[in-house]
Ligand binder design. Sequence first.
Ligand SMILES: Cc1cc2nc3c(=O)[nH]c(=O)nc-3n(C[C@H](O)[C@H](O)[C@H](O)COP(=O)(O)OP(=O)(O)OC[C@H]3O[C@@H](n4cnc5c(N)ncnc54)[C@H](O)[C@@H]3O)c2cc1C
Ligand SMILES: *[C@@H]1O[C@H](CO)[C@@H](O)[C@H](O)[C@H]1NC(C)=O
Ligand SMILES: *[C@@H]1O[C@H](CO)[C@@H](O)[C@H](O)[C@H]1NC(C)=O
Ligand SMILES: *[C@@H]1O[C@H](CO)[C@@H](O)[C@H](O)[C@H]1NC(C)=O
Length: 539
Amino acid sequence: MIFSSNYNILLILSSVLLLSVSGTSSVSILDNFFPCLSVYSQHSVPFSAFCTQKNTSFSSVLQSSAQNLRYLKPSVTKPEFIFTPLDESQVQASVICSKELGIHLRVRSGGHDYEGLSYASEIETPFIIVDLAKLRSITVSIDDNSAWVQAGATTGELYYRIAEKSKIHGFPAGLCSSLGIGGHITGGAYGTMMRKYGLGADNVIDARIIDVTGRVLDRASMGEDLFWAIRGGGGASFGIILSWKIRLVPVPETVTVFTVSRTLEQNGTKLLHKWQQVADKIDENLFIRVIIQVTGTGKQKTITTSYNALFLGSVQRLLQITQDSFPELGLTRKDCIETSWIKSVLYIAGYPTNTPPEILLQGKSLFKNYFKAKSDFVKEPIPETALEGLWERLMEEDSPLMILNPYGGMMSKISESEIAFPHRKGTLFMIQYLTLWQDINEDETKHMEWIRRLYNYMGPYVSMFPRGAYVNYRDLDLGMTKKNETSFIKAIGWGSRYFKDNFERLVTVKTRVDPDNFFRHEQSIPPLPIESEPEYCVA
Ligand SMILES: Cc1cc2nc3c(=O)[nH]c(=O)nc-3n(C[C@H](O)[C@H](O)[C@H](O)COP(=O)(O)OP(=O)(O)OC[C@H]3O[C@@H](n4cnc5c(N)ncnc54)[C@H](O)[C@@H]3O)c2cc1C
Ligand SMILES: *[C@@H]1O[C@H](CO)[C@@H](O)[C@H](O)[C@H]1NC(C)=O
Ligand SMILES: *[C@@H]1O[C@H](CO)[C@@H](O)[C@H](O)[C@H]1NC(C)=O
Ligand SMILES: *[C@@H]1O[C@H](CO)[C@@H](O)[C@H](O)[C@H]1NC(C)=O
């Protein structure tokens, strides 16, 4: 950090510059922020790093990585401005200045937050966005099986950079290629190799984080408690992650992928019932998820269950395994594609066949929707009769989607308290429920109510006490911490659902590293209220 002796001159110059650009009140926050930033960051901050509501590019910059269109609607409060730092010192400076000036800050890496918390706020106005989109360098070192990845890089870019250096290394994180590494790993980060290697967060070996005082800390200087909390404790509660150091994992040169679909008429319910009994126990090189959709219209309308899989090995070996452990699937050689690990990434992410891997470097999302989602963890197979009831409910909705992700393997071997992410042994699979729509004029309430009813219906068949949820599938229906409430109890609802018994330790870490709750949002980890002096002491 450079402390400029020319603070006053800078302040005056930049104020003049700003006021001449647009002299309204919406500028006032930036009016104070810009000169402060210039003082605290290493290099001069160009004006083009700021995008205010007055800039013509404001909506395109705001929308750039925002994934849930619900939080871009005109009725949703917009940030005063978006600051896109060009180097780490500018991120540091933005923390120092936001704190000094009392400005609420939201940090965005890949913009995939389900409730838009990185670019919208229901409880804090005004606020600004610090967008890490320009901090996306990736340094892969095959020699020691590791990589440093800056927060703004996407999963797709990371996978590409690994594959560029080696055909036999990979990383076990998200299936979607546009996720920001910054936010993604904070919540856990699961993908097709989770049964073999665990989560992305299980494979983090170091991190660089900016704390509330603006210091950059690494694993050694942050201490094991904070390092524990940022691996699974959710984004934006403890500081700003600048980069993660990850451990690469071995992948075979040839892997196999397949997708096999069955409708209800093709005994889809029976097959799904069987899948529930084998998916977490089958060879840990095999990850078979199930994508459930409503297909067809009129009399043809049905439920289609698609078994979408990655096997870390050859077709021949895969067929032996499915014949032994899951013959009901009826998998044949012609259903399978042998390919490289990086091409399996494209296949699973849903790119058309023969899309070149270079597309991953664009860091772009394949599709954007208005959506609402929820999650569950399942510990006992859901009975067939309950599945029948589920199908009826799915049939009522326009564009519902369910994705079932198998657990077991490495996920069962890691203890619940190893890192902050707690959903481990005893989980058969995770469910994600979604409802999606494309039209801004849709009746949002109708869809929200539908998914809430579905969630109630599923209650008896999923984990209980607490009913678990995945923090990376953020769901504000589970409760919010209000701005001026230090109420710890209020947070418990979602706290124990996302983090089980780890919630208490997360609160302890939070209380130590950010007692004044600078890093906060609708579901951030709350610090314990500062104890007021007991009456009898006040003599
Ligand atoms: C289409 C889609 C597919 C998905 N697929 C998967 C999947 O396969 N596996 C899986 O595990 N999850 C998946 N997710 C969920 C995803 O992991 C989370 O949404 C994750 O939080 C996204 O991180 P981000 O950086 O892209 O999002 P952002 O919206 O930028 O951030 C998410 C949260 O983290 C905070 N944050 C962002 N950057 C930082 C930082 N540098 N330091 C501290 N806090 C930060 C934000 O403020 C926000 O609260 C998917 C989501 C979508 C929309
Ligand atoms: C926003 O507008 C200002 C003033 O015209 C300009 O200097 C700046 O570069 C613009 N920012 C972006 C991101 O376009
Ligand atoms: C469905 O199951 C029934 C009874 O087990 C069987 O007779 C029928 O052939 C199956 N149908 C399909 C399409 O597999
Ligand atoms: C919180 O804020 C609301 C609205 O600003 C106010 O009515 C309420 O009294 C505040 N509560 C506390 C505990 O300060």
